[in-house]
Ligand binder design. Structure first.
Ligand code: SF4
Length: 379
């Protein structure tokens, strides 16, 4: 590994209860599991401190980081700050869940230098929250946002979800109106996607519930995008909107393909040449660390072709688009430009709003082209 890691992701693998739609790796929180985890991740940090790094951003995600006890949270944050080196203007984010956070934990986060809080709200509609299997209500989400603001945090992000079964365009817009009335500086909007091995997947395939109609889903994205932008939340990526200066630097580093290190079970890493991950199993992860070995499992080496695919896939999601040298690929995109799915300025390609809605189809076509084109492969 030669490249410097410029971002750190920390995966906290606990949740109090599994949400109906979620496929992220997590286990049910227990005191015993928390002890196994903290012992292992402290060891992992010591081992990783030897890797070349200078972190510009840290993101503590999960799972549910706020499900940890105050004492464990302190040990984790303290160890992060003592084991690693940081750039001067560190962006230090943590995810919290309204159901598991309180003033004591928020004070600890602030005192250890966390300067960005991401709150998993998902909806301000109680029926939708119940359907999703969330443990909090709309009121407790609002109370949490206000508590975080009163505690001195300015850089606050919330996640909201659309395309929930039974959700209407009107209830979706109500959630967005609530978010903007609370003067949130960053909003991420995610389409509910069906992941295998989730309760929702079974319910949809057994016919118990169904997703909203495709035309309503498109309407939710378009109306939501227009509304957020009218409130000065700039769309800087397909799913992300921020007031000027509040864009998430950690995610920007991912999209720019800067090397990042992931620690904790199931965390993914990229060292500039290879993508790898830790086992998605707390006990396997801990067992490897007991022998003072890093639990890294290689996914693949990023050759020229993969690198082009990644640049395209990640760059096209953002408002800056992607600069392409491949004439052959630019020619392919000119056909999409005629359908107003993207714009080409010089060698830079950007998706239009219409293109963002069908971005997955566009990516699939471009990736297939790269896979089969002998010219692109060499550029
Ligand atoms: S959505 Fe968040 S809280 Fe729900 S199961 Fe997944 S990681 Fe846990």
């Amino acid at each position: 590994m030669s490249s410097y890691f410029s971002s750190l992701y920390v995966h906290i693998p606990f949740c109090m209860k599994k949400c109906r739609y979620c496929s992220f790796y997590s286990v049910k929180w227990s005191e015993e599991a928390e002890q196994v985890f903290i012992k292992s991740i402290l060891r992992e940090m010591e081992l990783c401190s030897e890797l070349p790094h200078l972190f510009e951003t840290i993101y503590v995600g999960g799972g549910t980081p706020s499900s940890m006890s105050p004492k464990t949270l302190e040990r984790l944050l303290n160890s992060l700050l003592t084991n690693f080196r940081f750039a001067r203007e560190l962006e230090f984010s943590i995810e919290i869940n309204p159901a598991t956070v309180d003033l004591e934990k928020i004070n600890i986060m602030r005192d250890f230098g966390i300067n960005r809080i991401s709150i998993g709200v998902q909806s301000f509609n109680d029926e939708e929250l119940r359907f999703l299997g969330r443990l909090h209500s709309s009121k407790s989400a609002i109370d949490t946002i206000e508590l975080v603001m009163r505690s001195g945090f300015e850089n606050i992000s919330i996640d909201l979800m659309y395309a929930i079964p039974f959700q209407t365009v009107e209830s979706w817009m109500n959630s967005l109106r609530m978010a903007t009335s609370l003067k949130i500086s960053h909003v991420s909007i995610y389409e509910l996607t069906l992941e295998e091995n989730t309760l929702l997947f079974k319910d949809i395939y057994s016919g118990k519930v169904s997703l909203p109609h495709e035309k309503d889903i498109v309407q939710m994205y378009l109306s939501g995008t227009e509304f957020l932008q009218s409130k000065e939340l700039i769309k800087y990526e397909i799913s992300n909107f921020a007031k000027k200066g509040f864009e998430c630097r950690h995610n920007n580093n991912y999209w720019q393909r800067k090397p990042y290190l992931g620690i904790g079970p199931s965390a993914h890493s990229f060292n500039g040449k290879e993508r790898f991950h830790n086992p998605s199993d707390l006990l396997k992860y801990s067992a490897i660390l007991k022998y003072n070995s890093l639990p890294h499992i290689l996914d693949y080496r990023v050759d020229e072709k993969e690198s082009l695919k990644e640049r395209l896939f990640l760059g096209l999601r953002t408002k800056d688009g992607v600069v392409l040298d491949s004439e052959c690929l630019l020619n392919l995109f000119r056909a999409f430009e005629e359908e107003n799915l993207l714009k080409i300025v010089g060698k830079r390609v950007f998706l239009t709003d219409k293109g963002m809605i069908i971005s997955n189809e566009l990516f699939a076509e471009a990736l297939l082209h790269i896979e089969n084109c002998p010219v692109c492969r060499q550029e």
